[in-house]
Design a protein around this ligand. Structure first.
Ligand SMILES: *Cc1c(COP(=O)(O)O)cnc(C)c1O
Length: 258
């Protein structure tokens, strides 16, 4: 990943950068709405997670000012730092932001991360799920998570092998301590990524595979797993056509600045 773009090293004035981000946000919202309508779905079924991992906290705040309230980061330290920055510098919007942990999460980062109450997209092992549950109980908080599944078969990609999904979910549901009314962990869906270098055309069957895996979990457990986090800047239309409810979009929102 490239270095974080900082507000003081922008290729243009801050005012121009703000304007650019606002236009990018509008354009992406429109494109997502069009893809949603083209798939015969309701516009409010798909939410955009603005992936702000490329830029510093101040530039991230311009995306929030443009209208984005869901922010995704792949490094938990950066997510935490930015959440702290918003609490200090932008209390007017800080409480409206839903943070999303979308990148690989190490177990020793869980404690700190949960204080921000993020939606965790990247549960890629049973040990990590157990750690998040233990920590949620310790903090007496409630955490929503997605299980990240490797649907591309790409060795370089993270995610649980699809064959391990039913067992993990079965053992989780067998735990009496998994959630109470006030604290615990809810698995609300699945997350997936197309393999490196796949074009949107090749990505689509991988997204449909993720939806099928979700549907079989619903059959297995009789529980709803409503969220499907799939699709990025290059392939979100294909993901929406296959049922995505959360699209994780970064580079398209910062076009002209990266
Ligand atoms: C960076 C990242 C994204 C956003 O990708 P873009 O191509 O910049 O839209 C989405 N999901 C994950 C897990 C990422 O790390």
């Amino acid at each position: 990943m490239a270095e974080l773009i900082e507000s003081k090293q922008l290729p243009c004035s801050a005012a121009d950068a703000r304007q650019r981000i606002a236009e990018n946000w509008q354009r992406v919202c429109l494109n997502v709405a069009e893809a949603t309508a083209a798939a015969g779905r309701q516009v409010d079924e798909v939410h955009i997670v603005g992936v702000s991992k490329y830029v510093d906290a101040l530039i991230t705040s311009w995306l929030v000012d443009a209208g984005c309230r869901d922010l995704g980061e792949n490094r938990p330290q950066l997510l935490d730092q930015k959440a702290t920055w918003f609490a200090e510098h932008r209390p007017d919007v800080a409480t409206e932001i839903q943070w999303h942990q979308i990148g690989h999460l190490q177990r020793n980062k869980v404690r700190r991360l949960l204080t921000v109450k993020p939606l965790v997209h990247s549960i890629d092992s049973e040990r990590l799920l157990d750690e998040v549950l233990a920590e949620a109980r310790r903090q007496e908080t409630s955490v929503d998570v997605l299980i990240e599944v490797n649907v591309s078969g790409d060795q370089a990609k993270t995610g649980l092998p699809p064959t391990e999904l039913p067992g993990l979910v079965e053992r989780f549901f067998a735990r009496p301590d998994r959630s109470s009314s006030s604290h615990g962990v809810q698995i609300v869906g699945l997350m997936g990524m197309a393999g490196w270098g796949t074009d949107p055309h090749q990505a689509r069957p991988q997204f449909s595979r993720l939806r099928e895996l979700r549907d079989s979990l619903v059959d297995q457990t009789d529980v709803d797993f409503p969220e499907l986090s799939m699709g990025m800047s290059g392939d979100y239309a294909a993901a929406i056509a296959e049922g995505a409810t959360l699209v994780r979009i970064g580079s398209s929102l910062f076009e002209g600045l990266l």
